[in-house]
Design a protein around this ligand. Structure first.
Ligand code: SF4
Length: 411
């Protein structure tokens, strides 16, 4: 498995695969061609990047990298591509091709390229499954993932920075009001509600309702920031960036948990996220929203279980339970923007993480879970592989189809 630095990345919303990774690809290609001259750069977007790239800010992110250059965008919707998120940069001088590199945006901001191997992430953990990790820990008499801490010291500082960024994003989102107006045709105008949700939560007397509304408000705060291009941490993606911070911020602000413990919980969340990434996918364009919100919810549930002092078995139960009940969730962003259903879905994802944590705490000790975390990741991959393309970040199926002709108001 790769370093947690590859999983948790700090960058701009709204989409890690459509914004952060294409930005990194553009920066890498820019370095390659620094002394090659040329009069224009052609950027070809394929698959999901071609279909939802505009709504996800792909073109503007790439233009930002090549500011001052002559850039021409092309879209290619042919199905004969190696991955749903694929792009190519070509440097020309007149008709002469000076350089070219293809990149795959595999999800969560990660890139792969045969022609530009500098972008390829290295494998640093010798494990592939949770079963392997558990077996290794058992052999070494270790019960705590963080104390076991394989390479934890390598990433502690990075995780600490990610935690601070997550909290800053929550707080920024909680302090903003006004319209989220991201679509060119102004059809998707909606109001930011995180601040109002937070105020509402404060006024609630029912402590259960208060807890759920606070967690939801924190998730909305980040998701609204993400939708408008604000800085987020991929957890594991931009679209699902609100779920894990909501859980951690709740623990920090409302339960008084210190940051050192929360950095440990981020590590635990990362281990589960990495297993999903390694054995299935964290990209909505490959596996549907189960791969984004489902994965984020599993990570948050494991983090909540870890902070509560639950056993490794219960942390696994929490992550498994959260992911299991998102199996089959489709990715259908209306008009290709990470607004509907994504913002609300972050709130629900955070609440399901909290529910899964409660199940892990109170039900897991009663009987053995028949489904392991590795089992549910396999089921998620199988389900994602058989989902029709219309439900994988193409904005042509589901809600994106049902809402495509409605007029929801103007900005
Ligand atoms: S529907 Fe889910 S997977 Fe698709 S863009 Fe929104 S958050 Fe990401």
């Amino acid at each position: 498995m790769q370093s947690l630095r590859e999983l948790f990345r700090i960058g701009p919303g709204p989409s890690s695969s459509h914004t952060i990774a294409p930005t990194l690809a553009a920066e890498s290609f820019k370095r390659r061609i620094a002394d090659k001259g040329g009069d224009r750069i052609e950027v070809t977007l394929y698959g999901s990047l071609a279909l939802t790239g505009q709504g996800h800010g792909t073109e503007s992110a790439i233009r930002g990298v090549f500011a001052g250059n002559n850039i021409i965008f092309k879209r290619d919707l042919s199905s004969n591509i190696p991955h749903a998120n694929y792009l190519c940069f070509s440097l020309y001088s007149g008709d002469k091709l000076l350089d070219q590199a293809h990149y795959t945006s595999v999800g969560g901001g990660e890139l792969r390229s045969e022609e530009d191997p500098t972008v390829n992430a290295k494998e640093v953990y010798p494990f592939h499954t949770f079963e392997e990790i558990k077996t290794f820990m058992k052999e070494h008499g270790e019960k705590d993932l963080v104390a076991f801490g394989l390479r934890f010291e390598d990433v502690r500082e990075h995780l600490s920075r990610c935690l601070d960024t997550m909290f800053a994003t929550v707080e920024r989102g909680l302090n903003k009001e006004g319209a989220i107006c991201v679509c060119a045709n102004e059809r998707l105008r909606t109001e930011r509600v995180a601040k109002k949700m937070f105020e509402k939560a404060q006024s609630l007397e029912d402590s259960d309702a208060k807890t759920e509304m606070l967690i939801s408000a924190y998730a909305y705060a980040v998701a609204e920031e993400n939708a408008t291009g604000g800085e987020i941490v991929t957890a594991p993606t931009g679209g699902s960036a609100g779920v894990l911070p909501a859980a951690l911020y709740f623990l920090y602000k409302n339960k008084g948990i210190n940051k050192e413990i929360l950095v440990g919980s981020l590590y635990v969340a990362g281990v589960f996220g990495n297993i999903i990434k390694q054995n299935a996918t964290i990209a909505g364009s490959v596996g549907g929203c189960q791969a984004e919100i489902g994965a984020a919810s599993a990570m948050a549930a494991a983090a909540l279980a870890y902070v509560d002092g639950l056993s490794l078995y219960q942390q696994e139960y929490a992550a498994e339970c959260a992911l299991e009940h998102f199996l089959g969730l489709t990715c259908d962003p209306v008009d290709g923007y990470v607004v509907v259903p994504c913002i609300e879905r972050n709130g629900i994802g955070a609440l399901r993480a909290y529910n899964a944590f409660l199940y892990a705490k109170h039900i897991a000790p009663l009987r053995k879970n028949l489904v392991s975390f590795d089992n549910v990741v396999s089921a998620m991959k199988m389900t994602g592989d058989s989902l029709p393309t219309a439900y994988k970040e193409t904005a042509i199926g589901g809600l994106a189809d049902v809402l495509k002709d409605t007029n929801r108001g103007t900005c």
